[in-house]
Design a protein around this ligand. Sequence first.
Ligand code: GLN
Length: 306
Amino acid sequence: MGQEIQKALDEAWLKGRSVLIEGKVADYIPELAKADSSNLGCCIMKTDGTMYKIGDYNIPFTMQSIAKTFALILALQTAGYDKVFSKVGMEPTGDRFDSILQLELKDWRPFNPMINAGAIVTTDCIDAEQPFDAFLNLVRKLCGDQSIFLNEAVYQSEKRTGTRNRSIAYLLKSDHVLDKEPEEVLDVYFRMCSVMATAKQLAHFAMILSNKGIDPKTEERLLDADIVRIVIALMMLCGMYDESGEYAVKVGLPSKSGVGGGIVAVGPDGTGIGTFGPMLNKKGNSVGGEKMLQYLSDRLKLHIFA
Ligand code: GLN
């Protein structure tokens, strides 16, 4: 079985490599334009402690929108379900991740926590003395690695140039959706997006989600089962932005991507997958990562609707 998985992973990586040329690295955050376009890696982790890896599975990159899953978890943990979902919805948008199109139509209540407007709201909801420290602790715990750190250069780069997110935050504030000051919320949001992770660390996070929030090594419950259910459901519906539907058909795994090139994918039965490849398609999703996940889903029969 183990050999089968490694073989599938090796093949998936070759498939992923063959499509890299179709992508482009994100450059709207200037620092991200420095990414190495040839990077591609994947890691699969299981609850029995086995791990399969290929390529650049251990190279750190900024989480970007993958941070939205942790922000949602932290908001739910500290502010609770009712407060969070009074301010943000649970529906996919079909629009770009940074769209403002539908905000006004819904009384400025963003459609879901996986788009920028929604994540700015969940960030505002985090009820902690030091929201970013609480976020970093959570990421370290769920990714199983205490060494996870903030990329200061990417944080400064986005803080300096993030006019669109700044506009979204001020619009939300003008309609009383944000409790805190926009700049305070944005500062936490930009920092969260700039936390570094590897495909291996993301695979650990996905493995914990797939295992319903329990760390199989220590048997400690790291997350409430209810929170896991909410996060996984929203990843499935909204995690790949306006490509979530097509991705659900082709890959069929609750996933979240980020413009840093990462994808975290929750497999069945305690299987966690992390991928990294900074070449992105037009929707902002990793072309190599998606290709590898589609291949793995098919070969290893992971698709939840198949
Ligand atoms: N930090 C990025 C932004 O807010 C995250 C977007 C993404 O990964 N899609 O624009």
